[in-house]
Design a protein around this ligand. Structure first.
Ligand SMILES: [Zn+2]
Length: 429
């Protein structure tokens, strides 16, 4: 009898202590500590390929280590290191129907030191004509990984220059893609012989793991990107440092907080993976590399967290989920939040294509229920991609509430009780 009473009182004690525990683990003070470090001037805006982002990576690795996560990166470290290569044309000749194309009208993305293409050769040839929708055509082409020659009509010169300015680093591989700006949209004959100058860049995601118990092979991912824009065009106050406090130091902070929470809660049935991605702002390369390290069939859910530092359009204690209608994950999360003051909504900005614009997209395209959670008012967020995206513009208390809601909403998924439905890859664009 005594034992039963003891058990009962322990059980009753457990319920309030569970919610006290979450406030102890995820609170405005801890959120501020991580957020203020990541968005400090010392991190130099965390631009990919700079020293600032390396500092941020070391800081995150140290936090993962202090929390006690298992290293999920390369060589038993938290850094998931990889390389990308950018290419510049050193010299060569491109002839299109007998006319030489100036170097300014060429983009060659390759990891080879020499590139040769000829009409009638093995490479695929694509055309973006004067009346084609450039972005639509380009999106279809960009997904390809084969040898490719693309003729772009000079009507699209502005788009062409934007791709050129971006540079387009690639993962090491054996294919080359040549973009030629030409008024001859469909030429009869062409040849290209180019010598390339290659630069190798080192990048790293930061990854930590809490191994699961009975369903250890099934993964649940919590992620955000820790890179931002670094130094850039000054604003009218003369500030040229883009700190990216909301974008996406806030999501990265959430990942650290969630790791801390789940580590303290003890192992779940499923394995939890905590990832801070690099290179989101320059093309999503960090999440692309990360996604290749896992079998998508084993990923049960991905919570990608982007810009959760400001109030959503519905006010405090709310956030939205991109691609809400594509799986039943959103309704599972909502069910787990019943009885709390917090509410998740479907993405209110569907015309902005947010589902495809963040780090969840790579795994979502492979069928994984991978969604981005955000509070960002995409039609009215005055500091978005501006030097003024600083910690002073964020609400630390509300951010803590968002992170707690993510933790609680994931309960039945990390425990293996609920498995969200998959994204139907047949109707993806
Ligand atoms: Zn972002």
């Amino acid at each position: 009898m005594k034992n039963i009473l003891l058990c009962l009182s322990l059980f009753l004690l457990h319920a309030p202590s569970f919610s006290q525990r979450i406030d102890e683990l995820i609170n405005a003070a801890e959120v501020t500590r991580i957020e203020s470090t990541l968005s400090s001037d010392a991190m130099e805006g965390r631009r990919t390929f700079t020293k600032g982002i390396d500092k941020a990576a070391s800081f995150l690795a140290e936090e993962f280590s202090k929390i006690g996560l298992q290293p999920g990166g390369s060589n038993n470290s938290y850094l998931q290191s990889f390389e990308m290569i950018s290419a510049r044309i050193r010299q060569g000749k491109v002839l299109v129907d007998g006319q030489e194309i100036p170097a300014s009208d060429l983009i060659c993305q390759t990891t080879a030191t020499t590139v040769h293409f000829e009409s009638g050769g093995a490479a695929e040839v694509a055309y973006i004509g004067a009346t084609d929708n450039f972005m639509q055509s380009f999106r279809a082409i960009r997904g390809k990984s084969n040898n490719l020659v693309v003729f772009i009509d000079t009507a699209h010169r502005n788009f062409f220059n934007r791709i050129k300015a971006f540079g387009g680093p690639r993962f090491p591989g054996n294919t080359s893609q040549l973009f030629i700006l030409s008024h001859l949209a469909k030429p009869a004959q062409f040849s290209a012989h180019l010598d390339m100058e290659l630069t190798t860049h080192k990048l790293a995601n930061v990854v930590g793991i809490i191994p699961g118990k009975s369903k250890a092979s099934e993964l649940v991912i919590f992620s955000g990107h820790y890179d931002h824009l670094g130094y850039g065009k000054p604003d009218d106050k003369g500030d040229s440092l883009y700190n990216g406090a909301n974008d996406d130091a806030s999501g990265t902070t959430a990942v650290v907080m969630l790791a801390r929470y789940f580590k303290a809660m003890g192992p779940q049935e499923r394995t939890l993976v905590f990832a801070a991605f690099t290179a989101e702002e320059v093309g999503g390369f960090g999440s692309q590399y990360f996604s290749r390290q896992y079998d998508p069939a084993k990923v049960m859910a991905m919570f990608n967290i982007e810009m959760v530092g400001t109030e959503s359009k519905w006010g405090r204690n709310s956030a939205y989920i991109t691609g809400y209608e594509k799986t039943n994950m959103g309704s599972i999360l909502e069910k787990n939040l019943e009885g709390t003051a917090f509410k998740f909504y479907p993405d209110p900005y569907p015309q902005q294509n947010l589902f495809y614009r963040s780090d969840n997209a790579t795994l979502a395209r492979l069928g994984v229920p991978a969604h981005t959670i955000s509070t960002s008012k995409m039609d009215n967020e005055p500091h978005y991609h501006k030097p003024s995206d600083e910690i002073g513009t964020l609400d630390m208390q509300n951010m803590a509430e968002v992170i707690k809601a993510i933790a609680l909403s994931s309960r039945s998924i990390v425990s293996g009780k609920d498995t969200p439905s998959r994204v139907n890859t047949a109707d993806l664009r």
